[in-house]
Design a protein around this ligand. Structure first.
Ligand SMILES: [Zn+2]
Length: 247
């Protein structure tokens, strides 16, 4: 029988030792683990095997039809129970994800997309939003705050929301940490990947993320999914949606 390492050596360009070890361990694990099962995408309705994405690799994360990720399907679960939060509202969506846009746009009174790069309805810096006070009812902001000055961004989100308006916030959180990990000495992309999980992340939030939201002037609720529905829709265990209502 030909060994895995021999196959790899014949089919791949030479890999640094550590990467080769990761590859070998991954292939061995794939032989040992239970087979993947079909998941249900609650956004597009597809029942199929989900695709791997990310680093560390999340083997069943992405719907192959609509591209939804775990966090998008979690948000959809919340929206199913809280449609009135979106329906008929003026909505600003930062760094819009296509799967979420498709859900929200038809329900909104006004739906505007924004990004720091060009190509959306508005080109906006979330740390200094060039919009009048109290101009939107809902702001969607998923996986952005770990890239930017979150204090400035939360203050700006607060300013642009109407009183009682809602920010739907998602971030990667290390729930076991009391304190967010920031380190101004870490500036190089390689170092950031090691310290913060991605080359353009500037921190790992701990559970004190909640304090940061409240200090910015919001009341906070949280939503997560538990049990079999996590398996059904291929969700991340314990992932949270933060629902921040402007005081
Ligand atoms: Zn889908």
């Amino acid at each position: 029988m030909i060994s895995l390492s021999r196959i790899l050596a014949q089919t791949l360009p030479p890999l640094p030792r550590w990467r080769a070890q990761v590859l070998l361990s991954t292939i061995r694990s794939l032989h040992q683990r239970a087979n993947p099962v079909e998941r249900n995408c609650n956004i597009c309705g597809l029942n199929d095997l989900f695709r791997p994405i990310g680093w560390p690799l999340r083997p069943e994360a992405m719907c192959p039809q609509c591209g939804s990720l775990e966090r998008h399907r979690l948000l959809k679960l919340w929206l199913d129970e809280n449609r009135e939060c979106i329906a008929g509202k003026r909505i600003l969506h930062f760094a819009p994800e296509a799967a979420i846009s498709k859900l929200v746009r038809p329900l909104a009174k006004e739906y505007v997309t924004a990004d720091i790069a060009r190509g959306r309805d508005l080109q906006l810096n979330i740390e200094k939003i060039d919009l009048p006070d109290e101009s939107y009812d809902v702001i969607l902001c998923s996986h952005i705050l770990e890239h930017v000055d979150d204090r400035a961004a939360l203050a700006e989100i607060h300013r642009v929301l109407v009183g009682g308006g809602v920010a739907l916030l998602m971030i990667p959180v290390v729930e076991g940490w009391a304190n967010t990990y920031e380190n101004l000495a870490i500036t190089e992309p390689n170092e950031r990947e090691i310290h913060f999980g991605q080359e353009d992340h500037v921190r790992y939030f701990g559970s004190d993320f909640r304090d940061r939201i409240r200090r910015a002037g919001f009341d906070l609720e949280e939503f997560t999914a538990e049990g079999a529905i996590v398996v059904k829709h291929g969700l991340l265990r314990g992932e949270k949606l933060f629902i921040a209502a402007r005081r």
